[in-house]
Design a protein around this ligand. Structure first.
Ligand SMILES: [Zn+2]
Length: 142
């Protein structure tokens, strides 16, 4: 039944939608911390320094209905709808800033798993990887 369902999802939804769905399921299984906006800025500043890039500015913004957050590479900033973003949401947007390709492809998922492993925990990274793979999404775990 599970396989049938994921096969159906595979043909009826885009890679981006399946990536979001896998992240949502992961977030239910292994929740990440909710941060206040100033905590989020401090946390990503620490990560940016460790990654050797400039600190992105995170700010609350009015976003379109289905958009929780938006990484804006040209301005090196992250707009969030909610003033209490989760760590997963922040790393998702950080992965967009760090990736060459701005889509939700294999490069993106691999980068997100790497960030989760380094800045949240190894078990979280394994769970996220498994959630992607079980949604027929390719990713690598280094
Ligand atoms: Zn995204």
């Amino acid at each position: 039944m599970g396989n049938f369902k994921s096969a159906q999802v595979g043909v009826t939804t885009s890679e981006s939608q399946r990536t979001y769905a896998a992240e949502d399921r992961f977030e239910i299984e292994m929740p990440t911390r909710v941060l206040l906006l100033n905590e989020a800025n401090e946390w990503l500043a620490m990560i940016a320094e460790a990654e050797g890039v400039d600190s992105p500015l995170i700010f609350k913004a009015v976003l379109s209905k289905n958009t929780e957050a938006l990484a804006i590479s040209t301005e090196w900033c992250i707009a969030v709808r909610d003033s209490k973003p989760t760590q997963l949401l922040l790393l998702h947007e950080m992965a967009h800033l760090l990736c060459v390709n701005k889509n939700h492809g294999t490069e993106f998922r691999t980068e997100l798993i790497r960030l989760v492993r380094r800045y949240i925990s190894f078990p979280h990274a394994v769970a996220l990887y498994n959630s992607f793979v079980s949604n027929s999404l390719s990713a690598q775990m280094g």
